[in-house]
Design a protein around this ligand. Structure first.
Ligand code: FUL
Length: 478
């Protein structure tokens, strides 16, 4: 009898232990808010630079341009939105006010705006038209408002903070919902120029008072961070975390290599946004109609942004008619068709997945192949270097490996390798990399294999992976 009791007690302990280990692990470090999560899943958005520079050919307008220079002859925001939608973008962010201070809406703070232009007899409103077109196409609408203002006479004085906060209030009150607010850190005043001490807390609370779900972009967030360059490249190591204490956007920002890679133990969840233009310049220039980036370059940018745990914000500037130019539209359609062709066929599907360990319950290795973002595979506490093997029913050929971490529980993985089992039964290493994050796509050589093995070689807590996929890209050439 005593023996039976001991056996029963042992069984109960084992059952309890297995139940607790089949629970998801605790979150590790900072985690995304639901709004940051939704933002990350958008993956690609369109940036629109439009304003007096479109007509003067300048990159940075000096702020004294006559309002009459702004005169698009065929402006059609529906064409922008339709094109963005067809290209697969999920949202559009427009330069409501660039450094020259010109406002694309009838601003209540400034007369340097569309209201003083001859466009539509001063009755036009680009923000009203674009936000409406985005709603019609099911796209999200976002705004860039430059803090640096070369037109406003208050710039460089405490009063400017009130003007700027009121400008935010005006836009966010009228044109919401606004999914992202872009605060540019650029300032070309130089050492003897005007200095503005910005009241960021005031600006942020003004945004949130109208659009509480808005993700605020700047060098240091608070919603997402600049990736440190305008080349379309996120860090190969890219942590969605940043230490923000003591930093402000612009000259007070962290060093560029920090923005590039994030901070491994950063205090705040701060994913990278990768902004880059489809042309050499941010604003349209006639002379650049034949300098739209090639399909190959755009695909390369996709791999170095979305494929490196970033969100791609691709700038497509309307021309002086107020239309996206034919050359840009054609390239965007090629880009979309290529992405569809490459990523519509996941070559890992229909395979068996076995793992070196599993936490049990519903958290099984087969979850790596399903498309449900919230189903994932993980392992018992303490196991930081597990592996899994995907065995195909027959040999398969691929050159892209995609992995996703389940980031609602934090970003954990710091190193992993990918190997392939060839026909002769030998394992060959295809790639080694550091971070995964929301999404990582590795470009490997074209490989025919019977199985693929992924081994996590370094992780700060048990890896939690929700997706593994393989693709064949025969378009981009590398
Ligand atoms: C920079 C600006 O100075 C450029 O004109 C452009 O708007 C780019 C997106 O950000 O800081």
């Amino acid at each position: 009898m005593r023996q039976i009791r001991i056996i029963l007690a042992g069984l109960a302990t084992a059952i309890l232990a297995s139940c607790s280990s089949s629970q998801p692990p605790q979150a590790y470090g900072p985690i995304p808010t639901p709004d940051q999560m939704e933002w990350q899943k958008m993956e690609t958005n369109m940036f629109i630079h439009f304003g007096p520079n479109t007509f003067t050919g300048l990159d940075w307008g000096h702020g004294q341009e006559n309002e009459s220079v702004f005169n698009p002859t065929e402006l059609d925001c529906r064409q922008w939105a339709r094109t963005a939608k067809a290209a697969g973008f999920k949202g559009i962010i427009i330069t409501a006010k660039h450094h020259d201070g010109f406002c694309l809406w009838p601003s209540r703070e400034s007369t340097h705006s569309v209201a003083s232009s001859s466009w539509r007899d001063g009755k036009g409103d680009v923000l009203a038209e674009l936000s409406q077109a985005c709603r019609e196409e099911g796209l999200k609408f976002g705004v860039y408002i430059s803090p640096w203002d070369r037109n406003d006479p208050h710039y460089g004085t405490p009063e400017y903070n009130d003007v700027f906060a009121s400008t935010i209030d005006d836009i966010h009150g009228k044109y919401g919902p606004i999914f992202e607010q872009w605060f540019d850190g650029a300032n070309g005043e130089g050492p003897s120029g005007k200095k503005q001490v910005y009241d960021w807390d005031k600006f942020h609370s003004m945004v949130y008072s109208h659009n509480p779900h808005c993700v605020i972009f700047s060098d240091v967030g608070p919603g997402c961070r600049w990736c440190s360059n305008e080349r379309g490249v996120a860090g190969e190591t890219n942590w969605s975390k940043l230490d923000v204490e003591g930093f402000v956007p612009g000259i007070g920002a962290p060093p560029t290599d920090t923005l590039f890679c994030g901070n491994v133990h950063g205090t705040n969840w701060m994913p990278a946004e990768v902004d880059v233009s489809i042309r050499p310049s941010w604003f349209w220039k006639e002379s650049e109609n034949d300098r739209v980036k090639s399909l190959e370059k755009l695909l390369d940018i996709y791999y170095t942004s979305v494929g490196r745990n970033g969100l791609l914000l691709l700038n497509v500037p309307p021309d002086n008619r107020g239309l996206l130019h034919e050359a840009d539209c054609a390239r965007l359609m090629e880009f979309r068709a290529a992405l569809d062709e490459i990523f519509s066929k996941d070559l890992a599907q229909g395979s068996k997945v076995r793992a070196s360990a599993s936490r049990g319950g519903k958290l099984r290795p087969a979850n790596l192949l399903d498309e449900d973002y919230d189903s994932f595979w993980t392992v018992p506490d303490g196991n930081l270097t597990p592996s899994f093997t995907v065995t195909f029913p027959e040999e398969r050929t691929f050159n892209r490996v995609m992995l996703q971490e389940y980031i609602p529980l934090g970003q954990r993985v710091a190193g992993f390798k990918v190997e392939a089992l060839s026909g002769d039964g030998t394992w060959k290493e295809l790639a080694q990399a550091t971070t995964i994050g929301y999404k990582r796509i590795l470009r490997t050589e074209k490989t025919t294999a019977k199985a693929v093995r992924v081994t996590v070689t370094r992780s700060y807590d048990v890896p939690v992976l929700n997706r593994f996929a393989l693709y064949l890209d025969e378009i981009s050439g590398k």
